[in-house]
Structures are given as C-alpha cells and as structure tokens.
Design a protein around this ligand. Sequence first.
Ligand SMILES: [Zn+2]
Ligand SMILES: [Zn+2]
Ligand SMILES: [Zn+2]
Length: 140
Amino acid sequence: MDRIQTDMRTALAAQGQRWTRAREVVLAFLEGERMPVSAKEVFKKVRLTGINLASIYRSMDLFLEKGVVDCVDSPGGVRRYELSDRFRPHHHHVVCRECGSTQDVAGCGVKGLEERAAQSTGFKILSHQFTFVGLCPDCV
Ligand SMILES: [Zn+2]
Ligand SMILES: [Zn+2]
Ligand SMILES: [Zn+2]
C-alpha cells in the first residue's frame, strides 16, 4: 500500500470513518491518472467494479474536504478532480469553454502576484488556484 492510501486510512480511522471499497477504488484511479477527471469519467472507467456514481461523488467530497484532491471547475459546470499539491507538483490548468476539456499546465509563475495579494490585503496566503479559459485545438 502506498503513502496516499496509508495517509487516508489513518486520517479516516482517527475520525471513526470506515475505509470503503469505493474510496479505495477512486483513490487508486486518481493515483494512476495524470489529468483531472470528473466523477462521471471515473464511473465509466471503474464500471466493472460495480461501484455506483453516488459513492464516487461522496468519495470525491471527502477527499476534497481532507485536502487529498483538488478540483477544477469548467465553465459548463463540470467539476474535475485530481490529486492535490500535497502529492504532486503544484501546477495550473487550461479549460475549454466549449467542450470543457481540461489539461494541466506545468509550473506556476504567479509567485509575485501572491506576494502582492498578501501585502495589499494583509492576508496570509495559503494556496491559490489559477485556470486559463479558452478554446481547445478541437474547438478553435
Ligand atoms: Zn474544446
Ligand atoms: Zn492538474
Ligand atoms: Zn501556482
């Protein structure tokens, strides 16, 4: 069992929560995936395991709450998930306005902006999300 699964089991057990098969399947899927995926996309790929869509949504909500996954919302209202910055390098996203397809953009480049945000507001900045909205090659 790898680090993420171990982390999650320990955190959930400490709160008296069970480690369900749905959680295990969803997390294992996200670990093998390199791009953000929606709950429905996960559902299609893990269909053979018999896990239902509602369980996948519940698992994603829990992972989001625990900081294990981050989400990327598309303009069409589809939410996609991926492992959080705790488990992979921090990066940003491009989202297609027409079809909603989403891809990672390596690196960051907005550190200066983060410092300005902290200085001008007095906030202690903990994280940021940054998404480019545009048209993918298929939709241009
Ligand atoms: Zn597109
Ligand atoms: Zn990403
Ligand atoms: Zn960044």
